[in-house]
Ligand binder design. Structure first.
Ligand code: HEM
Length: 375
């Protein structure tokens, strides 16, 4: 769509190239010539809108050097060693949730298991009280709708600005508490990084906490729900998995490919460039369809077949390049533990005879409700 300054790419090769090529950037200011930026400044600026100002401090929307600095401050929390340390606590959270699920006749797998699991884990990692879960849920929902970018009611701008102000105040209070009595959590570590010099501003500190909280809410829940539903819909693969639990990691990868929780992302061209036979001009938006690329027959043999033994499986569900999902090791670990606990505790787990509900979103692919029977 040349006239709309907007391109959509869905082939695996193109999507992978766009995500890796540094000519495609995140920041408007790096994509546009300086005079165009000045013109843009006439409109709404990040400073005048609390939601935009929050998003402007997310590493997800920054280019180097800011991106490198912000990512570098938290990346150690997602290393294999850090994951090994978290493992046992994730297993016990998953087991407790499964235990509670067993008491219900037809539990909703999303509300009882897929949602609370990643939320409790990220809350513990960050150091925010898990009992404030309902607050995060409402805020996180608003952020998800901002990112989704469609179907906003007329008062949505006001509502999203309010959520950004509230969550900022919430973290400000928490930061003040941790400053006086630090704990072994990520907030305390980030405060220490901030106090050690000019490595992090308070706005960036808060925005990083919010990004991790939102990322922990809106994606892993979809991965767990989508994996379970896809296994329900492919009974022969489910049987195979029950016989071969060592296939759990590759089942998670295949579910990520087959039902990608994040369907798309975008970049801006920072120079004129030709791609897939089309001329993209500097400043134009390039939308990349991760879910579609993950079903590209040029990359995947029989892409519409769900095959838990697929190898190789170089899917793009976590994107690729500099912004490759920072939380991927955590999401993978949570997915593997979730599936192991569900299979061990409920070998007869099946879908209940009640309609499921899909999430209304073009960005996220997931379920709001999935009723199951555990006996
Ligand atoms: C199955 C679950 C998840 C999926 C499918 C997913 C997907 C993605 C994708 C596609 C991106 C890149 C977006 C882009 O390039 O524009 C991304 C970035 C990111 N994700 Fe995830 N994510 C998941 C879970 C998590 C978790 C659990 C966390 C942390 C708690 C997390 C934290 C992040 C962060 C911080 C970034 C930004 C990285 C950067 O800009 O360098 N994600 N994620």
């Amino acid at each position: 769509m040349e006239d709309n300054n907007f391109w959509v790419y869905s082939r695996y090769e193109d999507v992978n190239r766009i995500l890796k090529d540094t000519v495609f950037v995140k920041e408007n200011r790096n994509a546009m010539p300086p005079h165009a930026n000045e013109a843009q400044q006439q409109g709404t600026t990040a400073e005048s809108n609390p939601m935009m100002s929050m998003l402007d401090n997310w590493m997800l929307f920054r280019d180097p050097p800011t991106h490198t600095r912000l990512r570098g401050l938290v990346s150690h929390a997602f290393t294999p060693r850090a994951m090994e340390k978290l493992k046992q606590s994730i297993v016990s959270i998953a087991e407790q949730l499964a235990e509670r699920m067993a008491e219900e006749e037809e539990p909703d797998l999303i509300a009882s298991f897929a949602f609370p699991l990643p939320v409790i884990v990220i809350a513990e990692l960050l150091g925010v009280p898990p009992e404030d879960r309902d607050l995060f849920k409402a805020w996180s929902n608003t952020f998800a709708r901002v990112l989704d970018g469609v179907d906003h009611p007329p008062d949505f701008a006001e509502q999203s600005a309010k959520a950004a102000v509230e969550i900022t105040d919430y973290f400000r209070t928490l930061i003040a508490q941790r400053k006086s009595s630090p704990r072994e959590d990520m907030i305390s570590e980030l405060i220490a990084a901030k106090e050690q010099g000019d490595r992090l501003t308070e706005q960036e500190l808060i925005a990083t906490c919010v990004l991790l909280l939102v990322a922990g809410h809106e994606t892993t829940v979809n991965m767990i729900g989508n994996t379970v539903l896809t296994l329900f819909n492919h009974p022969e693969q489910r049987m195979r998995l029950l016989e071969r639990p060592d296939l759990i990691p590759s089942s998670i990868e295949e579910a990520l490919r087959f039902e990608s929780p994040v369907q798309m992302t975008s970049r801006l061209a920072s120079a004129d460039i030709e791609l897939g036979g089309q001329k993209i001009r500097q400043g134009q938006v390039v939308q990349v369809m991760l879910g579609a690329a993950n079903r590209d027959p040029a990359q995947f043999d029989q892409p519409d077949r769900f095959n838990i033994e697929r190898a190789p499986n170089r899917h793009l569900a976590f994107a690729s390049g500099a912004h490759f999902c920072l939380g991927a090791p955590l999401a993978r670990l949570e997915g593997e533990i979730a599936l192991t606990v569900l299979m061990n505790r409920f070998p007869k787990l099946r879908q209940a005879d009640r309609p499921l509900k899909r999430t209304q979103s073009v960005l996220f692919r997931g379920l709001d409700r999935l009723y199951v029977r555990t006996q």
